[in-house]
Design a protein around this ligand. Structure first.
Ligand code: ZN
Length: 168
């Protein structure tokens, strides 16, 4: 299966909100499979449509494959129905902003509703790495990047690198 080129910041497509997937067609299934292959090859734990220039609301994650237990998951038209009051702070990287780890604080758990290509509409409470990774990827569908979530000090420290990438 073909690997897809991953867009890098500051490509403007990373800033545009993505559109809903209208039907789970064969093309969408193939796209999701290619996105998983691309994610594994990168190597990463999540990849969203806009990161490969596809402005549709879908992303893939696998938060355990690097530990030797692959668990590929495909999320189409995901929506957060509920987020925990408990927050989680951790370091996140992004395949579209290589070399810039960012400390990000997010809700520790989220209830997500989405369409799975095999089992249809699903609702599930995500916890742990899956909750964090899914929120990171869902942000991509809304044009939001981890550098938007930096605090002022981190932004200042990263600004020479970001400037070198084309965003002063
Ligand atoms: Zn990312």
């Amino acid at each position: 299966m073909p690997l897809l080129p991953i867009l890098h910041f500051p490509d403007p497509r990373l800033r545009r909100p993505a559109l809903p997937v209208e039907a789970v067609s064969d093309e969408i299934r193939q796209l999701a499979a290619d996105m998983l292959d691309t994610m594994y090859a990168a190597p990463g734990r999540g990849l969203a449509g806009p990161q490969v220039g596809v402005m549709l609301r879908l992303f893939v994650i696998d938060v355990t494959w690097k530990e030797g237990t692959p668990d590929p998951r495909i999320f189409i038209n995901p929506e957060i129905l509920d987020a925990s009051d408990a927050m989680h702070t951790g370091t996140e990287g992004c395949l579209s902003i290589p070399g810039i780890p960012v400390e990000v604080t997010r809700p520790a758990e989220v209830t997500l509703r989405w369409i799975d290509p095999d089992s249809g509409q699903r609702t599930e409470r995500l916890t742990g790495d899956a909750a964090i990774c899914a929120q990171h990827e869902l942000d991509h569908l809304n044009g939001r990047l981890i550098i938007d979530l930096m605090d002022e000090g981190a932004r200042l420290a990263a600004s020479p690198v970001l400037a070198a990438m084309g965003c002063a």
